[in-house]
Design a protein around this ligand. Structure first.
Ligand SMILES: [Fe+2]
Length: 194
């Protein structure tokens, strides 16, 4: 039986989550980042027998405040959690989003959902970048490609390798790359990839 993460009937489905972020985020690149993080979270949850819908929702919604904070990273996460609580999201989920800002909460992650969110947030961009160097063909990307490219510091330099590595005690890294790739493959058209 899958574990619940305290979600009640007010939970939003994927469609509603996407509609909600579209109300707060105009940058299509950022929307894709949210969808990508969501699918990696969903697939990691499936692997860990956690609540897939809950983890996917947290992934999709985690950067909902990014345009609203106007670059003030001290407010990132907190503003998002406030928006989501107003929207009726489960407070436990909003709290994960509040704390995901690693500039403020680095080193304080203990729950698997928080640890995996750190890694999913960073690995999604890395895997997408691997797809882009293959001419947009995500199907041509393998775990070997991701492992190799992750070792090149200048490649997708904004994707923090240390945040990705946090996942290792929960899911070994090569396995996590495979999970991330499977997740992104599932929604590749939505990400503008093939
Ligand atoms: Fe993010």
């Amino acid at each position: 039986m899958r574990k619940s993460c305290g979600i009640h009937s007010s939970s939003m489905d994927r469609h509603a989550c996407i509609a909600l972020i579209r109300g707060h985020i105009k940058d299509e690149h950022l929307i894709r980042h949210c969808l990508a993080t969501g699918t990696v979270m969903k697939h990691a949850a499936r692997h860990l027998k956690e609540d897939e819908s809950c983890w996917e929702r947290i992934g999709i919604l985690h950067d909902i405040d990014f345009e609203e904070i106007g670059g003030d990273m001290q407010r990132h996460g907190a503003v998002g959690a406030d928006i989501l609580e107003t929207e009726g999201i489960d407070p436990a989920e909003a709290e994960v989003i509040r704390r995901h800002n690693h500039f403020l909460h680095q080193g304080a992650y203990t729950q698997p959902v928080e640890i995996v969110l750190q890694a999913a947030d960073s690995v999604s961009g890395l895997v997408i970048a691997c797809g882009l160097v293959k001419g947009g063909n995500l199907s041509d990307v393998s775990v070997k490609t991701i492992t190799k490219k992750s070792k090149e510091k200048s490649f997708a330099a904004g994707c923090d390798r240390e945040r990705i590595a946090l996942v290792a005690p929960v899911i070994p890294l090569p396995e996590f790359y495979g999970i991330a790739l499977a997740g992104l493959m599932e929604i590749k058209e939505e990400l503008g990839l093939r």
